[in-house]
Design a protein around this ligand. Structure first.
Ligand SMILES: Nc1ncnc2c1ncn2[C@@H]1O[C@H](COP(=O)(O)OP(=O)(O)OP(=O)(O)O)[C@@H](O)[C@H]1O
Length: 955
C-alpha cells in the first residue's frame, strides 16, 4: 500500500521533480551550444574565458553567461580529461551555482560537477573554494580537475596543512582553491590573530562548494576549531580560593556525584564573597552574581570539585611536584593528561604543588559559522535526504536530488539478523568465502578499527574456517534428500569455498582504516578486481571510487615499475586495458561489487554511503547488512520490539532472520539516535551563535583597523565617549552641583588622561553645567594629544594608535572568550533556579560584551595618553646602559664564582663585555620568547618605540 505522501507525489509530482524539471531548459541551452563549441580550436576554446569575463564587465550577470560557461567547461573536460559531463551533471552544477545542496548518488561524478560552477564563479574575480574532507582528496582534485581550469586559463591552488607561508599565500590568490575544511577554518583564525592586513591569507569569502557537506556541516558540527595558547599566571587566585574551601561546611554547597558537579548554596555564596573580598579578588560593590564575576564563580566551583569530588590516590596521585590523573577503569597513571578549565590547577592548589599554566582559547570557530561567512555556499553529497530538515533549519540550504545518469542496478537487500555476534561473524566469513571463489570482489564495511581487525583475524584463522565448514556440512547432512534442495546446494558450495580457503592458509585480503589516505587509494583502486577482499572501516565515503575490474592507470604504473627502464608504456597500457576489460566482464558476471556491512551505524546516511561504494555509474552490485542482537545499536535502541518480532518470526541457531519488518524497526532506532544528535547539535549551535555575533563584530573591527591608515578619529571618539561616561558617572544630569563627585572625576582624569586638569575649580565656577565640563574635557584632552603629535610626528602617533588598538582588542577578546567559556560551564548549573540557561547565557554574554567595549575605550585612551615614545638617540642611550648593566652583572657573577676577594672596583673585562653585547644582540625583535627579563621601563625590543610595559610587556 502506498503512503499518503507517496500517493500525493505520484499524482502531483514532488517539489523536487518540479525544481529539477525547471532546470531542463537551461540544460537544453547548454546542449544547443555543443556543436559550435566542440568545433573550436583549442586556442579559440581558451579564448572564451576572457570573452566571458568581458561580458561580465559589460554588465551581464553570472546567470546570463552560465550556459556559455558550462558549455566551455564541458568541452574542455572532454578534451583534457576524456570525460564529457552528462546532462545530470550539468544540473548538479546549476544547483551548486544557485547556492543549494545537490544530492547526487554515490559514484555519479561529483568531483567533475564542481568544476562547472567553480569556473563560472571564478570569472567574477571573487575567491572560489572547493572543500573536501582530507588533504589527499584536495591534492588529487586540484591536480585532476585543475587540468581543466588551467587549460581554460584559470589558476588553481591547494590549501592543506604543512604548507609554507609563500605556498599558502599563492594558493589563496589562485582563482580556484581546493582545500580541506580544517585548514580553511584554521587559516581564518590565524588571519584574525595577525596585525598586518598584508599578512592575511584569505582575500575574501566568495563562493564555497562543500563536498560531503553532511559530514562537514553535520557530523563535525560538534567540534569547533580552536587555537589555544598559555594564559596569564593566575596562581594567586587558585591559592586564594583554595585557602577558604576547607572552611566550607555541608550547608555551603551542594554536590551532585553523578554529574560530578559542585555548586554553592546561598549561604556558601555569602561566605565566599566575604573571603574573596578580603583577598582582594572582589572589588568595591561587586558581587558573585555580577556577570563580571563568572570567572570567579567558575574557579570557586572548580576548587569545590577538586576538594569534594577528587580524592588523592584514587582519582590522582601526587608524583614529585606533579598531579597525575589515574584512569578510573584501568587504574593506570595518565601522565601528561590534564583536566581542563582550571580544574587541574585547582587540584594542584589543593595539594600545594606548583600550579602549571592553563591553556586558553585564543580563537575558535565552528564550521557552520565559518562557512556562513561566504557570500554563497553550495554543497554536494551522496546522501543528504536524511538531514534535509536540518540543512533548511540551520543553514537555510535547499537540498535538491539529482536523478542518476543511468538507472541504479545495485540490489540493496534486507538485513540479515542473527542471535549472537559469533553466529553473525560465521555467516560473514561464509559469504566472503563464497563471493571470493565466485570471483566477486567484496568490500567489508565495519564500524571500528577493532572490528576490522577481528574480521581480518577470522579470515586468516584456518581452524575457524575448517570448523565453520564442518558445521555447515553437518547442517547439510541433516537435510532430508529431496527437501530444501536450494539450501543444500548453498551449504555445499559454501562448505567447499571454506575448505578451499583453509587449504590456502586463509583468505587473502587488504585492510583499510582511513588513516593513510594516499596508500589506501592504491588499495581502493584495485579493490574491484575479481575476487578481491577489502576490509574497511566506514571510511568517509569520498575518494573510494572502486572501479570494477581494477584501475587501468594504477595497474599501468605498477607494471611499468616492474618492467624497469625502457618499458614501452603504450604497449603496457594496451595490454592492461585488455586485462582490465576482461576482469570487469568477469566481475559483472559475478554480480558486481558486493558491499558486505557488518553492523549498522548510528546514522542511516553513513550506511547509505557504504552501500554507495557499489553500483556506481549504473554498474551492477549488491549490498547486504549482517547484524546480531548483540550489536550496540540493537542493544541500546529498539531491542525489545525486535526481540518480540523475532520470536514471532521464529529463529533457528545459525540462521538469519530476513524480513522487511526488521529493517523498518532498525531504521526507526536509527531515526531516534539521529533526532537526539540533531537536538544536541542545535543546542550547541545556539550557544555558539551568541559568540559568533560577537566574534564577527570584533574581527570586522580588527580588519578595519588594520586597513585604516589614520585612526585618530576612532581614538578621539573613544576618548570622548569615555569622557561622556565619566561625566555621567560623577556628575549625573539630575544631580545638583553640590552632589557632584568632583574628586572622583579629578582622580579618573589623572588616571585616564595622564593630566592634572582643573576639573574641581571648573565645577566650582558659577553656571557651569555637566555639558560645559564635558566640552572643556574634550578640548583639553584633544590639545594634549595634539601636543604629542607635534612632539613625535603624526606618522609615529598613527602607528602607535594602530598598535595600541589592535593589542588592546586582542587582549580583551581573549579574556572575553575565556569568560564566555566559564559562563557556559556555570550557566548549566543555574537550571535549578527555573531559568532558561540559554536566555541567561545570551543576556549575560551581552552584558559582558558591553563591558568589554567599555574597557576597550578606557584602556586605549589610557594607554595613548600615557604613551612615551623614545627618540632614536634615547633608544641608543638606553641600549648602551643595558649593555653596561648586563656586563656589570656578568662580571660580579664571575667574581663570585671565582670566589675572589674583591680588591679593585669591578670593571667589566673584555670577555664580560662581549658576553653582554651578545646578550643584547640575541634579542630577536620577532621572538618575544627570547627576550627574557626586559625591564618594564626599557624600550620594547620589538622596535615599536614604546616602553616595554606599554607594548609586549603587557602580556
Ligand atoms: N561524465 C563522466 N564521464 C565518464 N566518467 C565519469 C564522468 N563523471 C564521473 N565519471 C567517473 O565516475 C567515477 C565516480 O566519480 P566520483 O568519485 O567523482 O563520484 P562521486 O559522485 O564523488 O562519488 P562518491 O560520492 O561515492 O565519492 C569516477 O571514476 C569518474 O572518473
Amino acid at each position: 500500500m502506498l503512503g499518503m505522501g507517496t500517493l500525493a507525489r505520484k499524482v502531483f509530482g514532488s517539489a523536487n521533480d518540479r525544481k529539477i524539471k525547471a532546470l531542463r531548459p537551461i540544460v537544453a541551452k547548454i546542449n544547443a551550444l555543443e556543436t559550435e563549441v566542440s568545433a573550436l580550436s583549442d586556442d579559440d576554446l581558451k579564448a572564451r574565458t576572457p570573452a566571458l569575463k568581458a561580458r561580465l564587465a559589460a554588465g551581464e550577470s553570472l546567470d546570463d553567461i552560465l550556459p556559455d560557461a558550462f558549455a566551455t567547461v564541458r568541452e574542455a573536460s572532454r578534451r583534457v580529461l576524456g570525460m564529457r559531463p552528462f546532462d545530470v551533471q550539468l544540473m548538479g552544477g546549476i544547483i551548486l551555482h544557485s547556492g543549494a545542496i545537490a544530492e547526487m548518488r554515490t559514484g555519479e561524478g561529483k568531483t567533475l560537477v564542481a568544476t562547472l560552477p567553480s569556473y563560472l564563479n571564478a570569472l567574477s574575480g571573487k575567491s572560489v573554494h572547493v572543500v573536501t574532507v582530507n588533504d589527499y582528496l584536495a591534492r588529487r582534485d586540484a591536480e585532476w580537475m585543475g587540468r581543466v581550469h588551467n587549460f581554460l586559463g584559470l589558476t588553481v591552488g591547494v590549501i592543506v596543512p604543512g604548507q609554507s607561508e609563500m605556498e599558502k599565500r599563492a594558493a589563496y590568490q589562485a582563482d580556484i582553491a581546493y582545500c580541506t575544511n580544517n585548514e580553511l577554518g584554521f587559516d581564518y583564525l590565524r588571519d584574525n590573530l595577525k596585525s598586518q592586513l598584508s599578512d592575511m591569507f584569505q582575500r575574501d569569502h566568495g563562493f564555497v562548494v562543500v563536498d560531503e557537506v553532511d559530514s562537514i556541516l553535520i557530523d563535525e558540527a560538534r567540534t569547533p576549531l580552536i587555537i589555544s595558547g598559555p594564559t596569564e599566571d593566575k596562581s594567586d587566585l587558585y591559592v586564594a580560593i583554595d585557602k577558604f574551601i576547607p572552611e566550607l561546611t555541608e550547608a555551603h554547597y551542594e554536590i551532585d556525584e553523578k554529574a560530578r558537579s559542585a555548586i554553592l548554596t546561598e549561604e556558601g555564596n555569602d561566605i565566599v564573597e566575604q573571603r574573596l573580598r578580603a583577598a582582594g579578588h572582589l572589588k568595591g560593590e561587586a558581587t558573585l552574581y555580577d556577570p563580571e564575576s563568572v570567572s570567579l564563580v567558575h574557579h570557586v566551583n572548580q576548587a569545590l570539585r577538586a576538594h569534594k569530588l577528587f580524592t588523592r590516590d584514587k582519582d590522582y596521585i601526587v608524583r614529585g611536584a606533579e598531579v597525575v590523573l589515574i584512569d578510573e577503569f584501568t587504574g593506570r597513571m595518565m601522565s601528561g593528561r590534564r583536566l581542563s578549565e582550571g580544574l587541574h590547577q585547582a587540584i594542584e592548589a589543593k595539594e600545594g604543588v606548583t600550579i602549571q599554566p592553563e591553556n586558553v582559547t585564543l580563537a575558535s570557530v565552528t564550521f557552520q559559522n565559518y562557512f556562513r561567512l561566504y557570500d554563497k555556499i553550495a554543497g554536494m553529497t551522496g546522501t543528504a535526504l536524511t538531514e534535509v530538515d536540518e540543512f533548511m533549519e540551520i543553514y537555510k540550504l535547499d537540498v535538491l536530488e539529482v536523478p542518476t545518469n543511468l538507472p541504479v542496478a545495485r540490489q540493496d537487500e534486507d538485513d540479515q539478523v542473527f542471535r549472537t555476534a559469533m553466529e553473525k561473524y560465521a555467516a560473514i566469513v561464509e559469504n566472503i568465502a563464497d563471493a571470493h571463489v565466485r570471483g566477486q570482489p567484496v568490500l567489508v564495511g565495519t564500524t571500528s578499527i577493532e572490528k576490522s581487525e577481528l574480521i581480518s583475524r577470522l579470515l586468516k584463522d584456518v581452524t575457524f574456517l575448517t570448523d565453520t565448514a564442518d558445521r555447515l556440512e553437518g547442517w547439510a547432512a541433516e537435510i532430508k534428500p529431496g527437501k530444501e534442495a536450494e539450501r543444500h546446494a548453498y551449504l555445499t558450495r559454501i562448505c567447499a569455498a571454506l575448505r578451499a580457503a583453509a587449504a590456502e592458509g586463509g583468505l587473502e585480503h587488504n585492510v583499510l582504516n582511513a588513516r593513510f589516505h594516499e596508500q589506501e587509494a592504491h588499495i581502493v583502486a584495485q579493490a574491484g578486481r575479481p575476487g578481491t577482499i577489502t576490509i574497511a572501516t566506514n571510511m568517509a565515503g569520498r575518494g573510494t571510487d572502486i572501479q570494477l575490474g581494477g584501475n587501468v592507470d594504477m595497474q599501468v604504473a605498477e607494471e611499468m615499475e616492474k618492467a624497469g627502464d625502457g618499458a614501452d608504456e603504450a604497449e603496457i597500457r594496451a595490454r592492461v586495458a585488455v586485462t582490465v576489460a576482461e576482469a570487469k566482464a568477469r566481475v559483472i558476471e559475478a554480480g558486481g561489487l558486493f558491499v558486505l556491512a557488518t553492523e549498522r551505524h548510528e546514522s542511516r546516511r553513513i550506511d547509505n554511503q557504504l552501500r554507495g561504494r557499489s553500483g556506481r555509474q549504473g554498474d551492477p552490485g549488491l549490498s547486504r547488512f549482517f547484524l546480531s542482537l548483540e550489536d550496540d545499536l540493537m542493544r541500546i535502541f529498539g531491542s525489545d520490539r525486535l526481540d518480540k518480532m523475532l520470536k514471532r518470526l521464529g529463529m533457528k541457531e545459525g540462521e538469519a532472520i530476513v524480513h522487511p519488518w526488521v529493517n523498518k524497526a532498525l531504521e526507526k532506532a536509527q531515526g531516534k539516535v539521529e533526532a537526539r544528535n540533531f537536538d544536541i547539535r542545535k543546542n550547541i549551535l545556539k550557544y555558539d551563535d551568541v559568540m559568533n555575533d560577537q566574534r564577527k563584530v570584533i574581527f570586522d573591527q580588527r580588519r578595519e583597523i588594520m586597513a585604516a591608515t589614520d585612526l585618530s578619529e576612532t581614538v578621539r571618539d573613544m576618548r570622548h565617549e569615555l569622557i561622556d561616561d565619566l561625566v555621567t558617572k560623577y556628575m549625573p544630569a539630575k544631580a545638583y552641583a553640590d552632589q557632584w563627585n568632583t574628586q572622583g572625576l579629578h582622580a579618573d582624569v589623572i588616571r585616564y588622561f595622564n593630566a592634572e586638569l582643573p576639573v574641581i575649580s571648573w565645577a566650582g565656577e558659577e553656571g557651569v553645567d555637566d555639558q560645559e565640563i564635558r566640552e572643556r574635557l574634550y578640548r583639553e584632552t584633544d590639545k594634549l594629544i595634539a601636543e604629542k603629535v607635534a612632539k613625535y610626528g603624526p606618522d609615529t602617533m598613527r602607528s602607535v594608535e594602530k598598535q595600541v588598538l589592535l593589542q588592546t582588542i586582542d587582549q580583551h577578546w581573549r579574556e572575553h572568550l575565556l569568560t564566555l567559556e566559564h559562563l557556559r560551564s556555570v550557566i548549566g548549573l543555574r537550571g535549578y533556579a527555573q531559568r532558561d540557561p540559554l536566555n541567561e547565557f545570551k543576556s549575560e554574554a551581552f552584558t559582558l560584551f558591553e563591558s568589554l567595549l567599555n574597557r576597550l575605550r578606557e584602556d586605549v585612551t589610557g594607554q595613548i595618553s600615557h604613551v612615551q615614545i623614545m627618540t632614536r638617540e634615547e633608544q641608543m642611550a638606553m641600549i648602551a646602559r643595558l649593555q653596561e648593566m648586563a656586563a656589570a652583572k656578568q662580571a660580579s657573577e664571575a667574581q663570585a664564582r671565582a670566589g675572589a676577594v674583591a680588591a679593585a672596583p669591578a670593571q667589566p673585562g673584555p670577555t664580560a663585555q662581549a658576553a653582554a653585547e651578545e646578550e643584547v644582540t640575541t634579542l630577536d625583535p620577532n621572538a618575544p620568547e627570547t627576550w627574557g627579563q626586559v625591564s618594564r621601563n626599557e624600550p620594547c625590543p620589538c622596535g615599536s618605540g614604546l616602553k616595554y610595559k606599554a607594548c609586549h610587556g603587557k602580556f
